[in-house]
Design a protein. Structure first.
Length: 475
């Protein structure tokens, strides 16, 4: 614990939803829910307007729709969220070399290490200046907590929401914490909270009154001792500037269980490509390829393969993921697929791609020999071309010749909230689509609420677009 409140915790307010409201003027002041939109979708973030209806993160989207039927339900746009997050995190790093990001929208900062605050007055001034700078650069609000420890700084930022700042003076911690719910403390989830409630303990003050010995008896020594220290406001954890990434992974949950083995293979290949993009974006490579399969009955299987050296090559990861899939029984249907890479390193094993090419060449040679041995036989892909994925990303394997009838372009899909640009009307975003039509609202950050127009889904003058910046020139 520090004698001055020089640890800052920043938490952007309803981050994903706030970004959407800032970029879509017609949604400002209205309930916005960001997350998966299918039958199995889950809410990632809800605006404060949506929270008044009882909508919250991790809630099934179907339940959110029942609670808030008139809300705007949008897909996440992580490219834009990361761009905004980079701006905010750069501001934090100007304050101190010790910045500990927890997510895209949340981080701890050691102000003392940056020489920008040594007492309550300078810490408050720094926090207020940071909030103003974030507003000017992004148009968004963030809540700031200042305290002598990480735990208390996080508690303070939560109490300051939305768009506020709370400083906890050293020496006032126990008085502030006492009336708060035990769920306020880190590590007290629903199960522990319910266990404590049954014992008659619902507030932090009651935890202190119970005493360390009683808490150890109830929840175990390690958890009980830590819980008691936190209830007293004691937390000596330092702000850690870098957290080593242990793995990179992507996964998709499907609205309808997948049964077609060809489709499943195509989805795994698409996930492998996305995983490699994320791997390269983080500046890493990895040795172990992991496949995750959740079946129709919610049972989850994971299979892994460790390479001779780390790689960031998409062909190598696709090949390994395909081999892992062959060992998994998908009979009955698949509801979720994921591909990940662990054993991360900051270098690559260059000969892995050559090994992959050699294996592919050998397989092709065997296939050609087999085809030539069949009198009058015709070489082709078993089962035909893979059907397109839900987002149009999966298809037949690279290099496979497509039947003539599959050359037709698939119907374009327009997800609610995605960015578009029209040759005549300029930038806009998709409000909804169906029955061969897509509805677009033409507006952009900083503009007045725009007009809504409807087009055919295959209108050649309407194209997907990159997100526009929230602040500054949007043309």
């Amino acid at each position: 614990m520090r004698a001055a409140p020089t640890i800052l915790h920043l938490d952007m307010d309803a981050f994903y939803a706030s970004v959407e409201q800032a970029s879509k003027p017609s949604l400002r002041g209205k309930p916005v829910i960001v997350g998966g939109l299918g039958p199995r979708g889950v809410v990632a973030t809800a605006s404060y307007e949506a929270r008044r209806f009882g909508v919250h993160s991790a809630m099934p989207t179907a339940q959110a729709r029942r609670l808030c039927p008139n809300g705007a339900y949008l897909i996440p746009r992580f490219t834009l969220y990361r761009r905004v997050s980079d701006v905010v995190m750069a501001m934090l790093r100007e304050l101190s070399p010790l910045v500990e990001p927890l997510s895209l929208d949340e981080a701890f900062v050691d102000l003392e290490a940056g020489g920008v605050a040594f007492d309550a007055g300078s810490a408050r001034a720094t926090g207020e200046r940071l909030r103003a700078d974030i507003r000017a650069a992004t148009g968004l609000s963030g809540s700031v907590g200042l305290a002598g420890s990480k735990m208390l700084a996080k508690v303070a930022s939560e109490e300051a929401k939305p768009a506020g700042l709370l400083l906890i003076e050293p020496g006032t911690e126990r008085e502030l914490l006492a009336p708060m719910s035990v769920r306020t403390l880190p590590g007290v989830g629903p199960a522990t909270g319910e266990h404590l409630r049954r014992a008659g303990i619902t507030t932090v003050g009651e935890l202190v009154e119970a005493g360390e010995d009683e808490l150890v008896r109830m929840v175990g020594r390690a958890h009980g001792t830590g819980l008691y220290r936190m209830a007293l406001g004691l937390d000596d954890r330092p702000v850690v500037a870098e957290r080593d990434a242990k793995s990179v992974s992507v996964e998709d949950t499907f609205d309808v269980d997948l049964h077609d083995r060809v489709r499943i293979r195509g989805e795994v290949q698409r996930l492998a490509d996305r995983c490699v993009q994320r791997l390269r974006g983080s500046g890493h490579s990895g040795r172990t390829i992991v496949l995750k399969v959740r079946r129709y009955d919610f049972s989850t299987l994971t299979r892994s393969e460790t390479l001779r050296g780390p790689t960031d090559d998409a062909a190598v990861v696709r090949e390994a993921a395909a081999r892992l899939l062959e060992a998994v029984d998908t009979t009955g249907g698949v509801r979720l697929l994921g591909v990940g890479v662990t054993g991360l390193a900051d270098y690559t094993q260059e000969d892995l791609f050559a090994q992959s090419l050699a294996a592919e060449a050998e397989a092709e040679a065997e296939a050609e020999a087999e085809a030539a041995a069949e009198e009058g036989g015709t070489a082709g892909t078993a089962g035909g071309a893979a059907p397109a994925a839900a987002d149009g990303g999966a298809g037949a394997q690279e290099g496979a010749e497509q039947p003539a009838e599959s050359q037709e372009a698939p119907e374009r899909r327009w997800a609610a909230g995605s960015d578009v640009r029209h040759v005549v009307y300029g930038p806009g975003w998709v409000q909804g689509s169906g029955v061969g039509r897509v509805t677009v609202r033409f507006e952009q950050p900083g503009s007045e609420p725009g007009r809504v127009r409807t087009f055919r889904v295959d209108d050649p003058e309407l194209e997907p677009s990159d997100p526009l910046p929230l602040v500054g020139d949007t043309d």
